[in-house]
Design a binder for this molecule. Structure first.
Ligand code: HEM
Ligand code: HEM
Length: 126
């Protein structure tokens, strides 16, 4: 497996673990008010990063070059910022405008991923 996929899965699993502990804490406390932040840590962190890491490990897939590492950096920063900033917005300690700081890297990461997927069309069918 390429190093970049190991890095994707490492960060994904850390997000998944943190998201599950957070979910358990919500369940135990009965306070579900931060559930959108829990949901996005799991969905943008655990699920999305895992899919991306899996793609770069596919046999005959794209070369795990610089673009895959830029993808990793942007998508990971986006997931972590989403989990860190969304609770502040939900607790009305910050304006919703701050979420752009998480959205921009998350979306740019997905654009990198899309470019990697599209570039695979040029490779011969395995
Ligand atoms: C130990 C594991 C987990 C626990 C204990 C847990 C717990 C919770 C709790 C208590 C809520 C709030 C429910 C509500 O108020 O309606 C919630 C919402 C949510 N969780 Fe988790 N969760 C876990 C794992 C996950 C994972 C792995 C994912 C995604 C891959 C996920 C995705 C979501 C989503 C999308 C919502 C929002 C659902 C909605 O808007 O109705 N959770 N979770
Ligand atoms: C830049 C990335 C994203 C942004 C800005 C975003 C934004 C939002 C917003 C504003 C909501 C409504 C929350 C509410 O009404 O409380 C929402 C809900 C939801 N989103 Fe996202 N989202 C993003 C990425 C994703 C991804 C990648 C997934 C799945 C893989 C996802 C799954 C969901 C689900 C299941 C809900 C409903 C659960 C909830 O209420 O928390 N989102 N999202």
């Amino acid at each position: 497996m390429p190093r970049v996929s190991t890095a994707f899965f490492t960060i994904a699993a850390l997000c998944g673990l943190a998201g599950m502990v957070w979910g358990s804490q919500m369940g135990a406390s009965g306070d579900h008010s931060l559930h959108p932040a829990h949901a996005h840590l799991n969905l943008v962190g655990w699920v999305t990063l895992s899919i991306m890491g899996g793609f770069y490990a596919l046999p005959g897939g794209p070369k795990a070059g610089v673009l895959s590492w830029v993808n990793l950096a942007l998508s990971s920063v986006g997931a972590v910022l989403m989990a860190a900033l969304l609770p502040q917005v939900l607790m009305q300690k910050m304006s919703g405008q701050i979420m752009i700081a998480a959205e921009v890297p998350t979306i740019l990461g997905m654009i990198c991923f899309l470019i990697s997927v599209i570039s695979s069309w040029r490779r011969p069918v395995a």
